[in-house]
Design a protein around this ligand. Structure first.
Ligand code: GDP
Ligand code: GDP
Length: 473
């Protein structure tokens, strides 16, 4: 899981400036998911080969009416969701009452916290920091977010808290390999008669979630589209004990189960049911949880609500699924009791606006009544297969040759681009690596032509395909 870093502080200390630097600077750029929520910004940054998620809270007003008034729910949730908090203060303004209040609140949370003294451009770092010592935060770093000064070394320092997991997660451990290691699938205990019973997931099983548990299917969507209803419906016929899952607000519930002798793990982003926690009162939809679930899944079922139609947040989530390259099935829920005319309008709208996700199957379902739900499995299986089949270099190269024979790549400065052979460079999503000459000059349209050809010939439905060109090998 990628570490989550929250930027907290009163207005004008430079949170957005730092956020932009972390998520948009040349080598840090991954993405910026503005619009997933109203008051918070989520983005991804990169340090070396480590990705991290940044939340810019922006919501702490700093008025004097006490911590409840001063800290918006949104900021509280961001703190709860974070692995580390960057508490920003302004070196030019010095310590304020609002800073002290925020500091007090942070002390009650048990989060690694760094005090970031911003705007140290043109002033002495140590003098600037000394004014904030009384906040009692030992890890203090001076930066100038606007100029990038010390930002990299600061994030380096933060990331040392999260060492790279030792074992690389391999999504393709076979059942034989699992058995050889004396493990069955997570949470399953063989009953001896070949059937399995599902038990509570233990803490130690947590890391095994990282292993292979059949197809990992994340159910995602904005609040109230019907995710919980769908999860219950999908599991309806299966023998499953849904358990409360230890962890933080942002953890999804992982539910392993079998259907028709096939193994799945449902990643339930809606299923947080814990009592007696601060987070309980906070909205149960969590963007971080959703982003992590998508990353961790093989196939995402994106749930939309027919009653509200497509909204911005749906498109943002969809954009994120596509960016991560996950296989995708779209479920338009609450399809019950709609007039024919309304149904047609919705279909037209989806066709028009979801063009960029046209590799995904769309299902019209009623999670409440169960209609159409069973068919989702078929598309999930199809998408998983499309995303994880190991195509041979031979096959890919032959397809490439045929495609090139049908339509030559264009001339560049009088020389024809040569595409010689292809191999599979990755799975989920499939990455087709094409070797040739002058590949940097291959136009977008030609790339799309190749992509479409591979998709059609390999019958890839439900997964994006990535194409990468390499020259001179
Ligand atoms: P936010 O409200 O905490 O998100 O703060 P902003 O990022 O919007 O920054 C508030 C103001 O501080 C803007 O005018 C920034 O240009 C300025 N600012 C941010 N970082 C620095 C810095 O490192 N040095 C100086 N001098 N100004 C900065
Ligand atoms: P979540 O927030 O995405 O988990 O959504 P829920 O599963 O809690 O559902 C939100 C509301 O939509 C509840 O009142 C459900 O009963 C209702 N709902 C869910 N699925 C359907 C459906 O297929 N049809 C109709 N009419 N209502 C549904």
């Amino acid at each position: 899981m990628n570490p989550v870093i929250a930027l907290v502080g009163r207005p004008n200390v430079g949170k957005s400036t730092l956020f932009n630097r972390l998520t948009r600077s040349r080598d840090a750029l991954v993405a910026n998911y503005a619009g997933l929520t109203r008051d918070r910004q989520y983005g991804e940054g990169k340090l070396g080969d480590r990705d991290y998620i940044v939340i810019d809270t922006g919501g702490i007003s700093g008025n004097e009416e006490g911590i409840d008034a001063a800290m918006a729910q949104q900021s509280l949730q961001a703190i709860e969701e974070a692995d580390a908090v960057l508490f920003m203060v302004d070196a030019r303004v010095g310590l304020t009452a609002a800073d002290e209040m925020i500091g007090q609140h942070l002390r009650t949370r048990n989060k690694p916290t760094f005090l970031i003294v911003n705007k140290i451009d043109g002033i002495d770092d140590d003098v600037a920091k000394s004014e904030f010592y009384q906040l009692g935060i030992t890890e203090t770093v001076g930066i100038a977010a606007a100029h990038g000064r010390n930002v990299r070394s600061m994030i380096n320092q933060v990331m040392t808290l999260f060492p790279q997991p030792e074992v690389e997660i391999t999504p393709f451990v076979s059942e034989e390999e699992l058995l050889a290691e004396g493990l069955s699938a997570d949470g399953e205990i063989s009953t001896g008669d070949g059937s399995v019973e599902l038990t509570e997931q233990s803490a130690s099983a947590e890391s095994e979630v990282e292993r292979e548990h059949g197809t990992k299917v994340a159910i995602v969507g904005r609040p109230n589209v019907g995710k919980s209803t769908l999860v219950n419906r999908l599991l309806g016929e299966e023998r499953v004990v849904v358990y409360d899952h230890a962890g933080t607000t942002r953890d999804s519930v992982y539910i392993p189960f079998e259907r028709n002798d096939q193994r799945y793990t449902l990643i339930d982003t809606a299923g947080v049911r814990r009592r007696g926690r601060v987070a309980e009162s906070i909205e149960k939809f969590s963007v971080v949880k959703t982003l992590q679930a998508i990353r961790d899944a093989n196939v995402v079922i994106l749930v939309l609500d027919a009653r509200t139609g497509l909204v911005e947040q749906d498109l943002h989530l969809l954009g994120f699924v596509i960016e991560t390259g996950r296989a995708l099935v779209i479920a338009v829920n609450k399809w019950d009791g709609l007039e024919q005319r309304v149904k047609q309008d919705i279909k037209d709208e989806l066709e028009y606006r979801l063009g960029f996700a046209n590799f995904a199957r769309i299902h019209f379902i009623s999670a409440l009544h169960g209609s159409g739900v069973g068919n989702l499995y078929e598309s999930v299986n199809e998408a998983y297969k499309a995303a994880t089949t190991r195509w041979s270099s031979n096959r890919l190269t032959r397809l490439l040759e045929d495609a090139v024979a049908d339509h030559q790549p264009p001339l560049v400065n009088g020389h024809r681009i040569k595409l010689r052979y292809a191999h599979l460079g990755g799975l989920n999503p499939p990455l087709v690596v094409i070797h040739g000459n002058q590949t940097a000059a291959v136009p977008q349209t030609y790339q799309r032509y190749l992509e479409n050809t591979f998709r059609r010939e390999l019958k890839i439905v439900g997964s994006p395909i990535q194409i990468e060109f390499r020259t001179g090998e």
